[in-house]
Design a protein around this ligand. Sequence first.
Ligand code: ATP
Length: 264
Amino acid sequence: MSQLEIDGLHMSFPGRRGIAPQHVLRGVDLQVGQGEFVSLIGHSGCGKSTLLNVVAGLLRPNSGRVLVGGQPVTAPGPDRAMVFQNYSLLPRLSLLANVREAARSANPQAPRERIDETVERYLSAVGLWEHRNKRPRQVSGGMQQRTAVARAFAVGPRILLLDEPFGALDALTRARLQEQLLELWANESTTETVLMVTHGIDEAILLADRIVVMGNPPQPSIVDIIPVELPRPRDRVTVIDDPAYRQVQQRLLDLLHADQQAVA
Ligand SMILES: Nc1ncnc2c1ncn2[C@@H]1O[C@H](COP(=O)(O)OP(=O)(O)OP(=O)(O)O)[C@@H](O)[C@H]1O
């Protein structure tokens, strides 16, 4: 059984002042297996964030359904945690308190020592334990985003939803955070499955087991799903010489180019 199942999802936003509704997702079907890392890629406005928000339970679709572990998603829940591009930390809380509050509210029955241990583990894993008492405004954007990633893992979700989490970061910080994410996902957490929106072709190939390509209107749905058959762990420097890497890269470029032509 798939851990995440999306069946026949349709989503439109009402048009204003006589303008027709905007169909953002038309008939999206996707199954994601336990332990899979799946990236969503597509041009701006094709509905990637909308799809992630429906899976998170933040938006209700017009029709279709999302199942997690066979159960329908109707609202946000601790089995799914989301990381946004813009950090979204609570500004008045320290980094430690941001992570602790999320871990506590997702696991209200857990003993305090276990929560403290979880918070320390994830803040240390992203290299921020020594900065734990600072407020978000006292640290860099990269550090804020590392805190947001630590917070998401500390909730103990089965599925991690990432909406362009590294989009605002410089290349070196992004590379470091990609590695920390893979390390946490593969070795350090109970989180099994990752669904990640990205604009980066190379980021998608480096991280994902499969890449879901989404199309613009008139076909705002999945246009292709590309498996990435590169062994893990993947080294960002050498992996680009692998013929399988080049093949996936070319396929993505062709699909994204064709989609751009279609709307031009
Ligand atoms: N709450 C909303 N109300 C009305 N329209 C919306 C709403 N949210 C998104 N949209 C519209 O739906 C379309 C898809 O938006 P979405 O954010 O899902 O795209 P995206 O692929 O994630 O884009 P980007 O890559 O630029 O973040 C856009 O045209 C957007 O303007």
